[in-house]
Design a protein around this ligand. Structure first.
Ligand code: TRP
Ligand code: SF4
Length: 404
């Protein structure tokens, strides 16, 4: 982990919607596996988010939760590198959601595009509920409670991170002000020691007087590395860098996950709702069967008819899995009718099987040790709760809700 990344916390969640497939793997999980080596990562099962749409069918959630965790572990998410937990086991998310709801204008939620879009898309469900309107705010609470700096999401979720930023800004604006802020901030600077205090002052000056963003970043990293200052002082010093109030809830950045080109068996995007998936734990025979029966360029009725890979979903799989050499072989062979479609599918079948073999093997190990999986999550829940509790304590105190 490099130094800059050490101060950055990544948080992301996934709704438990049953077994994961290759689309999830190429689209999300491979990216998480990479991120876990680069950042302090928190990954969680968003079971309450699933409940916003599955409230009439909530029985399916629990099974999906464990299936999904096994899929994560099988895909290479390492509980030694990333914290894995379940949203509803960290009830602090709900308290922060409630507190944030007090300051969130209704209009902000009503105009999030996913609100109307999803209602349209899931017409068979009644989503005119309070909980569903609050979906993105619950997501904001998920993010802010860990003071995440980066949130890996797909394109469709970027608006939710934007909302989170607005909510954080509003929260800090309303509750970050305190009497004697400057004096308290100056006193906090002194606690860092002479050398660091001087560095902090110089960096702050460079940012405020010359707009030097590099200085701002360096100052933030300096604050992150301080062991001897309280959380409250840290918030003051973050806020003092930029303005005149504490930053209790830092604004996160969306880390856009590169769009995955993983096609399904019919050439459309792989998705459960299209019924075109290969699951992460598909057994090799089933993989072979699904790929062998997959449609190809409709122009190739007979073996002797030439085809066009551009019109064939199998070609899209070659684009994911094959070397340049194999792709040349496909292009040549298809257009000249030199190879048959089954020949063409061969390397893809082998590649998918090779990709899934270690995943299935690891999944099997976890299936055989349900206690191990339970323990990984129990530990993740506890670690997550420690962070969540600390943030909530600050939030309550900033809002004037500390009665002890
Ligand atoms: N809404 C996200 C999705 O559907 C899941 C999610 C819930 C999430 N809370 C989050 C993602 C917090 C990132 C951060 O994919
Ligand atoms: Fe598709 Fe390959 Fe058949 Fe061409 S040879 S139509 S690319 S499966």
């Amino acid at each position: 982990m490099n130094l800059a990344a050490q101060n950055q916390r990544v948080l992301s969640g996934m709704r438990p919607t049953g077994k994961l497939h290759l689309g999830h793997y190429h689209g999300v999980l491979k990216n998480w596996v990479k991120l876990q080596h680069e950042y302090d990562c928190f990954f969680f099962v968003a079971d309450w988010h699933a409940l916003t749409t599955e409230y009439e069918n909530s029985g399916i959630i629990a099974d999906s939760v464990w299936e999904m965790v096994i899929d994560w572990l099988a895909a290479g998410i390492n509980p030694g590198s990333a914290r894995l937990f379940i949203q509803s086991q960290v009830p602090e998310h709900a308290e922060l959601h409630l507190l944030l709801s007090m300051i969130t204008p209704l209009g902000w939620l009503e105009r999030v595009p996913t609100y109307k879009d999803q209602q349209e898309k899931l017409k068979e469900k009644d989503l005119a509920t309070y909980g569903f309107l609050g979906y993105p705010l619950l997501q904001s609470a998920d993010i802010l409670i860990y003071r995440a700096t980066q949130v890996p999401v797909g394109e469709d979720q970027v608006v939710h991170v934007e909302l989170t930023r607005e909510v954080a800004r509003r929260f800090n604006h309303i509750y970050g002000r305190e009497a004697g802020f400057e004096e308290k901030a100056e006193a906090a600077v002194k606690k860092m020691g002479k050398k660091n205090a001087k560095l902090y002052h110089n960096l702050r000056k460079a940012y405020q007087e010359q707009g030097d963003h590099q200085a701002l970043e360096t100052a933030r990293a300096l604050l992150e590395s301080q062991q001897n200052i309280t959380l409250g002082d840290r918030e003051r010093l973050f806020g003092f860098l930029e303005g005149s109030g504490k930053i209790i809830l830092p604004e996160p950045q969306a880390l856009l996950t590169p769009a995955s080109k993983m096609p399904g068996l019919d050439g459309q995007k792989m998705s459960k709702s299209y019924g075109n998936t290969i699951s992460l734990r598909e057994d090799p025979e089933e993989v072979e069967k699904k790929l062998r029966t997959m449609p190809t360029d409709p122009a190739r009725v007979r073996r002797t008819d030439p085809g066009d890979p551009g019109k064939c979903p199998v070609w899209q799989l070659h684009e994911v899995y094959s070397s340049d050499e194999t792709r040349d072989w496909v292009q040549q062979g298809c257009r000249s009718a030199g190879i048959g479609c089954l020949d063409c599918k061969g390397p893809v079948i082998e590649a998918v099987k090779a990709e899934l073999a270690p995943i299935c093997e690891r999944a099997q190990e976890f299936i055989e040790q349900p206690e191990l999986v339970r323990n990984i999550i129990a530990e993740g829940n506890e670690l997550a709760r420690d962070v969540a509790r600390a943030t909530l304590k600050e939030v309550r105190s900033a809002m004037g809700l500390s009665y002890s």
